[in-house]
Structure formats: C-alpha cells, structure tokens
Design a protein around this ligand. Structure first.
Ligand SMILES: [Zn+2]
Length: 228
C-alpha cells in the first residue's frame, strides 16, 4: 500500500513537471488595463510559444464557461481561411481572447471593416493584426489570374498587390519569391485600406487606443513575421 502511494506521488510530481502554463480568460478590467502595445506583445509572445512547441494548456471547457455571458478580447486578427493558420493556435490564445475574422487571402471589404469596428470601437480590442501567410492559395490564384465562380471576384481584391509587385519586383511572376512579395504587399495594402476606409478605426489609432499591424505567418517555421 505504502509503495502504491509513493508511486502515485511520483506520477503526480512527474505530471506537474511536464505540464505547461495554464491560460486564464480575459476580463473587463484586464482588457481595460491592457495597452495596445501589451496586446500586440501578448500575441507575439503567444506565437513564440507556439513556434517552440510551448503552447499554454487551455482548459477550453472552463474558458467557455467563464466567457459564456460576456467577452473582452484584447485583439482582432484578420487572416486567411487556410486550414493551417488558425489564429487562436498560431498566437496561442484561448476562448474569448481574440476576435478572428477569416476570409481567403485576408482581403478587406465593408462587412469585414464592420466586423473590425465592432471588435475595436464597440468591444474594446486594442490591436488589429492583418495576417497573411506563406503558400497562400488565394495569393497564388491571384498571381495566375485564376477564374472560378465567386473566387474570381475575391481574387480581384488581391490584384492591386499583384500589380504593385509586378511593377517593382525582379522576381519572375508566379515564382515562390514573387508570391511571397505579393503576400506581404497585400497585407500592407489591407492595413492601409483599413485606415483609409474606417474613420472610426483611424481615430482610435490616432488617439493611441489601438495599434494596427501587418504580419506574415510562415508555415514552415510557425513564426509570424511582423511587417513595418
Ligand atoms: Zn491563404
């Protein structure tokens, strides 16, 4: 019996040693106390944990219960629908931590602008991250002028980035390097379109209550490269 208890203690100790940090949920006061820079840092730190395989333990059932009546996310991410780029996973965030807007090629339109205004002006998020990613099918499609049903109109929204890169790049159109440049350019253009097309968001940023940044998630390294 004594041996069994000792064995159990050893197992508990071992599990404690290997278990990782447990996440909590965002509260109204925590959101209010978070600065835009801190919100961005939380995402950057989360991505480092994810990339290094040190993601926190998210007790999703507990988080769902704690956030069932209200949410206080610190950031909003506008990214691609790509199955490999889940925002919560890439930034190691839990339920209620971030708004997540996803559309192929992380383009912007009035409905997505409305979503970002809801996330920030109405709901208090302190950072907007526009997140492109490497090996993006939508960017590849835009580079090759792919035509397919409603996809055609969606890819049209990436064409300004394709034209801009075509005008200045030495990379062969359609090459992986060219597509990487279009991905980054598309993110930059979307960031500037958000500022230009939403006076509400632009005012929050001017008042220092919001930060808007662009980034590219690298599928191979799992790291988000933040763009200037
Ligand atoms: Zn994509």
């Amino acid at each position: 019996m004594k041996k069994m208890i000792q064995h159990s203690i050893l197992i508990v100790a071992a599990v404690s040693l290997v278990s990782c940090a447990t996440s909590t949920v965002q509260t109204k006061s925590a959101q209010a106390a978070t600065t835009p820079q801190q919100a961005l840092k939380a995402l950057q730190d989360g991505n480092v944990r994810f990339a290094e395989g040190r993601s926190k333990h998210h007790d999703l059932v507990a988080q769902a219960a704690k956030t069932s009546n209200a949410q206080y996310p610190i950031a909003a991410v506008l990214g691609c629908i790509d199955s490999r780029t889940s925002h919560e996973l890439v930034f190691d965030q839990g339920i209620g931590d971030i708004f997540s807007a996803r559309v192929a090629g992380n383009i912007i339109n009035n409905d997505l602008l409305g979503s970002l205004e809801f996330a920030t002006v109405k709901s208090g998020a302190k950072a907007i991250v526009v997140l492109g990613h490497t090996h993006c099918g939508a960017v590849g499609g835009a580079c090759s002028n792919a035509q397919l049903g409603h996809v055609t109109g969606l890819l049209d929204k990436i064409q300004p980035a394709v034209r801009k890169v075509s005008a200045k790049s030495r990379s062969a159109k359609g090459s992986p390097e060219f597509q990487d440049e279009v991905t980054a350019e598309n993110v930059r253009l979307v960031v500037s379109q958000i500022r230009a097309q939403s006076p509400l968001i632009k005012r929050l940023e001017r008042e220092g209550k919001l930060i808007i940044v662009g980034g590219v998630y690298h599928l191979d390294t799992r790291k988000v490269e933040f763009l200037n």
